[in-house]
Design a protein around this ligand. Structure first.
Ligand code: ATP
Ligand code: MG
Length: 328
């Protein structure tokens, strides 16, 4: 018996384009356990969403070309499943919460009906029982007057309420895995915190495994158990959340942490990582982060470091890892 829920081994995704190939994901491994919240963090364009879509098998081929050595959900091999098989698995065994609820929801169907459908299709419930469950699900995610709100169309709800509807929809069949791709980026800060709270409570109460994708480390601070830091298509560090925050080993992780403003800092100043992520078609030689890294050496310019496994299951891809506690 193992408590591993998701196991991804050596996922590679490329997009052949006129003038070259975009190597969006370059051989990543990722594991989530039952009840664990795993965060995948990195700047825009580093391959987070492509990873998420690949796990859900929602990437279209073409334009993408991908290969994977292992894709398992709760011991079941998904890599060889057909689209028809995947339709049974999505929504039932794994569900995704998207950034933009307005495009994720059907604009011409009431939100209640959209959740009813999940209960009817995957839970095999009758019409009345499905609606009863829908109202309960909306109540659980904090939608007030759930019975009447269920009759609203998506555009009649606020952004925060729509995101709660997406959470209710994702949890409707109690999947084994929830993937949330920037679930709160489109919301303002206070609503963001409320929605994250709902997501956290639902995930913990139901012991569901979650993969939370974000570019903002402050989002994962209160939620994640484990953090994977991704840079330009590769995992550069993996660590328990607390360890990453107190003692990051990759200079990129440190840069991401330094760009989160501290409450104790009166001037609310924050440090930016210099420059930007390399163009995906023209990645630098050696370590992809070296042009932006203050610890860069000749070796970094020439050779890509391997992802080394260290103590406490930490992983680090760096020739000059940091070994200092960080002031938090
Ligand atoms: N359909 C596509 N065709 C060509 N390139 C693509 C396609 N989809 C994604 N890419 C490229 O793959 C790379 C990774 O994109 P991805 O959307 O995964 O980034 P991300 O980390 O999710 O960024 P963000 O934080 O902005 O959402 C990017 O360089 C992007 O341009
Ligand atoms: Mg994305």
């Amino acid at each position: 018996m193992t408590d591993t829920v998701l196991e991804v081994r050596n996922l590679k995704v490329a997009f052949p384009c006129p003038g070259g190939v975009i190597r969006a994901v370059e051989g990543i491994d990722l594991t989530t356990k039952k009840g664990e919240c795993v965060a995948l963090v990195g700047e825009s364009g580093c391959g987070k969403s492509v990873t998420a879509f690949s796990i859900m098998k929602l990437l279209r081929t073409p334009p993408s070309v991908s290969r994977i050595d292992k894709l398992q959900l709760d011991g079941q091999d998904l890599s060889h499943l057909t689209e028809r098989d995947m339709e049974r698995i999505r929504g039932k065994e794994m569900a995704m919460i998207f950034q933009d609820a307005m495009t994720a929801l059907n604009p011409v169907m009431t939100v209640g009906k959209q959740i009813d459908e999940v209960y009817r299709r995957h839970g095999k419930l009758g019409k009345r029982e499905a609606r009863r469950q829908t109202v309960r699900a909306l109540e659980l995610v904090g939608v007030p007057e759930a019975k009447s709100r269920a009759k609203s169309f998506p555009h009649e709800l606020s952004g925060g309420m729509r995101q709660r509807v997406l959470i209710a929809l994702a949890f409707a069949c109690m999947p084994k895995l929830i993937i949330a791709d920037e679930p709160t980026t489109s919301l303002d800060v206070t609503i963001q915190a409320q929605v994250l709270d709902v997501l956290k409570v639902m995930q913990q109460e139901h012991d569901v495994s979650a993969l939370l994708i974000t570019h903002d480390l402050s989002v994962v601070a209160n939620m994640a158990d484990t953090v994977y830091v991704m840079y330009s298509g590769k995992i550069v560090e993996r660590a328990p959340m607390r360890e990453l925050f107190t003692a990051p080993q990759h200079p990129y992780s440190l840069g991401l942490l330094a760009s989160v403003p501290k409450l104790s800092d009166e001037k609310q100043s924050f440090v930016q990582i210099p420059d930007t992520v390399p163009h995906p078609m023209h990645k630098p030689s050696g370590c992809y982060f070296h042009p932006r890294c203050s610890s860069s050496s000749d070796r970094c310019e020439r050779h890509m470091p391997r992802l080394e496994v260290g103590a406490n299951d930490r992983q680090i891809r760096c020739w000059h890892p940091l070994h200092q506690e960080r002031e938090t």
